[in-house]
Design a protein around this ligand. Structure first.
Ligand SMILES: [Zn+2]
Length: 55
């Protein structure tokens, strides 16, 4: 899990939207890009993000 204080400062690099934790990923609430979390570190790179079209 990501500490709340880190969640508070993280935004989606694509659209600056808020993120929510959806283990094991962080999901942008605005554009729905999904960012992987590796060893507890969120990988906030658009190139590493995935999008689930059927969501
Ligand atoms: Zn976004």
């Amino acid at each position: 899990m990501i500490p709340q204080e880190l969640m508070d400062i993280l935004v989606c690099p694509a659209c600056k939207g808020d993120l929510r934790q959806e283990d094991p990923e962080l999901v942008c609430t605005r554009c729905s890009l999904r960012y992987p979390v590796r060893d507890g570190i969120p990988i906030m790179l658009v190139e590493q993000a995935t999008k689930r079209d059927d969501a």
